[in-house]
Structures are given as C-alpha cells and as structure tokens.
Design a protein around this ligand. Structure first.
Ligand code: FES
Length: 280
C-alpha cells in the first residue's frame, strides 16, 4: 500500500470513528464502545499525521546555487509538461481528509460538555425551610422550647419536608447566657434553642455527635468539631466554615418555627460559593 493510501485510510478511520462516537452518544451511550471509538479516532488521526510527516515530507535538505531567478523559457515549458498532476490531486485529497478527520474529532470532543447534564441553578442555595415552617422531629410532632432539656439535642425538619437531606437540622438547647452570638443570631435562638445544619461543611457527612459538656458538635468522618456557643464555628478538623444557623422563632401557639431558610448554603463548599454567602 502506498503512503498516500495508508494516510487516507488512517484519516478515514479516524473520521468514521469520531462520527460513530457522536452517534453512540446520542442513542444512549456505552462507555466501553465510546472509549474504543475515541481511541480509533485519535489513533487514526495520529497515525495519518505521523505517516504523512515521515513518508511524504521527509525531503532532504538541498542547497540550490544562486542562479538567475527566471528560468529560460524552454526550461519552464519543459517543467510545465512534466508536472505530475496526480501528486497534486493526491495532496488535495489528503488535506481534505485531514480536515475532515479533525472536524469530526472536534464534534466528538464536544460530547463531554454535552454529557454534563443540567446546571443546579439555585438548588444548592436553598432548602425546604420557609418562614413559618414548624420545626418537627422525625415523628412529625411540633416542638416547644420547654420540650427540650438543657444540653439535649434533636434532629429536626420542616413539618412539610420530614426526612429532607438538605433541611436536616440539629436543634440544641443551651443556657441563653452561655451563647456567644451577635445580636441578630441571638434573636434566632429563643430560650437557648439553637439550630444548625446537620450537614458537615467539609464533605457533607452528618454531624452526628454532640458533647454537651464541651458544647461541641463532632463530625465522625474526619473529626471536624464545631462550637455550638459561637455559631458552630469550626475549632478542629478540615471543615473551613461554620455550620449554617437556622433562624428560629416561637409562634403564637408556643411552638418553634423557622423565620426563613438558612442564611447561607448548607453542606460542603463549592466553586461559586461567595464570601458574601458564607458571611451570612
Ligand atoms: S465530612 Fe465532616 S469532617 Fe469531613
């Protein structure tokens, strides 16, 4: 097989594999087949370029002595009659095949971007907590401040979203005089009932342990520790920001309710979480 045919075959294989990759993606996708097709697309393109550079562009360095720029007319006529038109045609074909293979590969490489799925929108910034949401246990019963003993902790949810993984909150009762919060956050902790997101701000594990005597919440995954009295700021471990505090109030019937959603996103930080949102 001549070099030209070898190059053409490589580029055709590359282009067909790229197009097949696009087709396989749009009919449902198959990771193994897509991997094989991508290997053929890249391999064919690479083989074609390598063979082209070695076999066709491997011209030795030639030094041409100075001579008059214009050739004698007889020489030019002779040259014109001896130009091999087939080589020009072949080169044009190969260039077109190369452009076709690169274009098809570019279409195939758009697949990873198409496979990312829909963006999360504002979902990462919101939970089911709303102003007036009654705070209930996993039994669905509303809670009054007096239902909690000092030093106790309960896992709570909004009454209309029991079990919600985004809304899960730890309700802890401490002596109000022990809290070290600014005035606004103090008003969010009626009778010492303070609520923090249960989702660790490091990697999202549930913050499942409470040491009442130290007023410390502990995450069992990587031992991040949060100070309940000071707004759940991290005091140990890899977590870099506090657990968001739920604004809490008491309604006219004496039950604990939310004043609104968490002031900052719950769970692990993400790339477009800004300082404004983490500052509350
Ligand atoms: S997930 Fe909580 S410390 Fe890592």
């Amino acid at each position: 097989m001549t070099a030209e045919r070898l190059i053409a075959a490589s580029l055709v294989v590359s282009a067909l594999a790229s197009l097949a990759l696009v087709v396989v993606f749009f009919v449902g996708g198959h990771p193994q087949i897509e991997g094989i097709l991508l290997a053929l697309a890249l391999g064919g393109l690479g083989a074609g370029i390598v063979i082209w550079s070695i076999r066709l562009l491997n011209a030795p360095i030639q030094v041409e002595e100075r001579h008059p720029l214009a050739s004698p007319e007889q020489t030019r006529n002779d040259a014109a009659s001896t130009v091999d038109m087939r080589s020009i045609t072949r080169r044009t074909l190969l260039v077109r095949l190369l452009l076709g293979a690169v274009g098809a590969l570019a279409a195939a490489l758009a697949i990873p971007a198409l496979a990312l799925g829909p963006g999360p929108g504002r979902e990462l910034f919101q939970t089911p907590w709303r102003a007036g949401s009654r705070i209930v246990g996993d039994d669905g019963l509303p809670i009054r401040p007096d239902d909690l003993a000092i030093g106790s902790v309960r896992t709570v949810f909004p009454e209309d979203a029991i079990g919600s993984p985004e809304a899960v909150t730890l309700l802890i009762k401490v002596r109000p005089s022990e809290l070290r919060l600014d005035a606004q956050r103090m008003s969010w902790a009626p009778e010492g009932c303070v609520g923090y997101s249960k989702i660790c701000t490091h990697a999202g594990c549930p913050v499942g342990l409470y040491r009442a005597e130290e007023h410390a919440l502990l995450c069992p995954c990587h031992q991040s520790t949060f100070d309940v009295l000071r707004g759940a700021v991290p005091t140990f471990g890899p977590a870099a920001r506090p657990l968001p505090q739920l604004p809490i109030d008491v309604d006219a019937d004496g039950f604990l309710v939310a004043r609104g959603d968490f002031p900052e996103p719950v769970g692990p930080s993400f790339w477009n979480l800004t300082h404004t949102e983490t500052d509350g």
